[in-house]
Design a binder for this molecule. Sequence first.
Ligand SMILES: [Zn+2]
Length: 268
Amino acid sequence: MRYIEPHGHMVSRTTDDYTDMAAAGCACVCEPAFWAGYDRGSVQGFHDYFCQLTDYEPKRAAKFGLAHYTWLCINPKESEDVGLAKDVLGIIPKFLDRPNVLGIGEIGLNKNSRNEMKVLEMHVDLAARAGQLILVHTPHLEDKLKGTRLILDVLTADRRIRPERCIIDHVEEHTVQMVLDRGHWAGMTLYPESKCTAARAADILETYGHERLWMNSACDWGVSVPLAVPYAALEMRRRGWSAEQVDSVIYQNPIRFMGQSAKFKAPA
Ligand SMILES: [Zn+2]
């Protein structure tokens, strides 16, 4: 089996996780910027994090034979402070030329607040001006449907944004169709406690098709499973999917989406 982990917060994971992922067939890992488990207090904190994502972590991944890509932003959870968000958006452009940066993400909404919306629009504007791909986080549980609608409307309202260059992540049964209908890609996150199980993800693929869908583990510092994608592939095989069909979802689809950035090199 070969696969790509399109959403893993590897700075929070151990070298054992890298070893297990490489042994399971992972070819490359993509790491959106996210919340650290606490609010960073200053723009300097983000600067150091962006250095970690663009310099140290790719070198660490390379030790395990994995290419490492990243996405930059201030996470929605930290977007209540619009002043800080403006300062962070001010330093992102100088990182966009780094060789492993694929775009802006994971932006989006958390509590669907007014300030989060403002910061989301600022990120979308930056992505449009800089010609970057976009990776979007959608809110949890009861906030997801409303938040997904708000996010889709922000993306649609900006005429510069090409829908096929945006992936809306953490979709579930009640949000996947509206995302695909707008021409975006959709990501399913495989979590043991919330979001999608492997069985639910396979159901969604069987119901909505797998043209513009990918799966990820979104492994981070919380309860999450770095090998969730290969485990879901086993569930698909158990249901009768051919090895080629599984490969198209867990390997070729991430390449098709991320390959829209000239910096993304398909694994050799
Ligand atoms: Zn994430």
